[in-house]
Design a protein around this ligand. Structure first.
Ligand code: ARG
Length: 465
């Protein structure tokens, strides 16, 4: 058995170091506590690198066989929790490489030929993130499906649409829910787009300048499923813009989730009473026995803060770094990991919770009736009878004022009273003043009419099938 230069950390660098690292510095500089979750990507990347080295005649076929055997065992050790992670060995890369050399000897020492931890870590993070992106894409689709299926039951359920949080015009609940489907669909597009830029291979950049070994980067890219090679070695090891893009995507997506969560919280409150959330997503109060609190929705809203914070953290991490690799970049991992974990759990729980929403259509309808939501319809009616819109607007303002004074809805005013505001008003007005009548007239693309909403539901179903 040969000696292993990675037996302790000072020796991992070189014989140049004569003094051991202090415990504090060791802890401060180590990343193994969090970057060990990159282990599978690290092993996959190393195997692809070793296969290429063997194919190029840079290491022997026997070395490759030894490396494969060692890595298979390391993979098992890690999966079963038997692997001994050492702080002394700083990070996931050195831990795995040291164990490999312990297991297979010299072949392990040859693995690092033609690469550096700088291109290795950039490769690992991209590989890992690519896998997470695919998982998140599936969850975003589930989230959309869950909203679409709830919407499918409510194309005719009328609720108030709001502007300024004031009752504005009637919309269907389905239309409201489908607004979120549009947001999540754009999030999915953003995710697919940033996946392409994440999926480029940095390996081959070595420390910063490339390598003098006759490596075959195309082969490594093919075996790892990267769709392109990074074209500049300095850029390859130093930029983390793929992580920034991901954090920006995650932030936008969490902001969408947060708006939905906020609405669910409002809708469940006694003042709205629009919906009920299943008990399993609520908690009680330790002091007020009557309480059922929408904690899951509130936390989804609250966790948006940390994900947006991670975007700020990552942007700030990059902004002052000179080319090429700097140790600063080790700080990219925790915010990225936490963004992925938070978004994943949030999408999963929100999609489930949406599926369990109990809608109270009467409460929604009552609320829509309270705010003169069809006033615009009356104005539009008068325009169709020949009035200029501004004049019609004025006539309706008077009608609404009168109705308010009498505590009535517009549709409850007698025809004669309405005609007192303008002679052009006829008995056909009542159809429009009803919530459903109003809904039905907004029948252009993107409008809230049930026919439009149903065709949107079909489009989404086909798209998400
Ligand atoms: N743990 C390091 C990181 O996450 C790996 C790269 C270290 N490279 C170096 N030259 N110190 O960035």
């Amino acid at each position: 058995m040969s000696t292993n230069p990675l037996d302790n950390k000072a020796q991992a660098w070189s014989a140049l170091f004569s003094e051991p690292m202090s415990e504090l510095v060791k802890r401060y500089t180590a990343s193994v506590g969090f970057d060990q979750r990159l282990w599978r990507a690290d092993i996959d990347g190393s195997l692809a690198h070793a296969e290429m080295l063997a194919a190029q005649g840079i290491i022997a076929a026997q070395d490759l066989a030894d490396i494969r055997r060692g890595m298979a065992q390391i993979g098992e050790e890690i999966e079963s929790g038997r692997f001994e992670w050492k702080l002394d060995l700083e990070d996931v890369h050195l831990n795995i490489e040291a164990r490999l050399t312990q297991l297979v000897g010299d072949a392990g020492k040859r693995l690092h030929t033609g690469r550096s931890r700088n291109d290795q870590v950039a490769t690992d993070v991209r590989l890992w993130l690519r896998g997470e992106i695919d998982g998140l894409a599936a969850l975003l689709a589930d989230m959309q499906r869950s909203l679409v299926e709830l919407a499918a039951q409510h194309a005719e359920t009328v609720m108030p649409g709001f502007t300024h949080m004031q009752v504005a015009q009637p919309v269907s609940l389905a239309h409201h829910l489908l607004a979120y489907v549009e947001m999540f669909a754009r999030d999915a597009e953003r995710l697919a787009d940033l996946r392409r830029r994440t999926n480029r291979l940095p390996l081959g950049a070595a420390a910063l300048a490339g390598t003098s070994y006759p490596i075959d980067r195309e082969q490594v890219a093919r075996s790892l499923g990267f769709e392109a090679l990074s074209q500049n070695s300095l850029d390859a090891v130093s930029d983390r813009d793929f992580a920034l893009e991901f954090a920006a995507f995650a932030s936008i997506c969490m902001v969408h989730v947060s708006r939905l969560a906020e609405e669910l919280v409002l809708w469940m409150s006694q003042n709205f009473g629009f919906i009920d959330l299943a008990d399993r997503y609520c908690t009680g109060s330790s002091i007020m026995p009557q309480k059922r609190n929408p904690d899951v929705a509130e936390l989804a809203r609250g966790k948006t803060g940390r994900v947006v914070g991670h975007l700020m953290g990552l942007l700030t991490l990059m902004k002052g770094q000179p080319l090429a690799y700097n140790k600063d970049n080790q700080e990219d991992k925790e915010p990225l990991f936490d963004s992925v974990d938070t978004l994943r759990d949030t999408l999963r729980i929100m999609a489930e919770m949406v599926g369990g929403i109990v809608v109270k259509p009467e409460a929604m309808e009552r609320a829509a009736l309270r705010g003169y939501a069809t006033a615009t319809d009356l104005a539009d009616y008068l325009v169709k009878k020949g009035l200029a819109f501004r004049d019609a607007h004025e006539v309706v303002a008077h009608a609404v004022k009168a109705a308010m004074q009498q505590g009535l809805d517009l549709a409850q005013l007698p025809l004669a009273t309405l005609q007192g505001f303008h002679a052009a008003i006829g008995p056909d007005v009542f159809e429009l003043l009803s919530l459903r009548g109003s809904l039905g007239t907004r029948n252009g693309l993107g409008g809230t009419a049930p026919a439009q909403v149903r065709s949107q539901i079909e489009r989404h179903r086909a798209r998400l099938a």
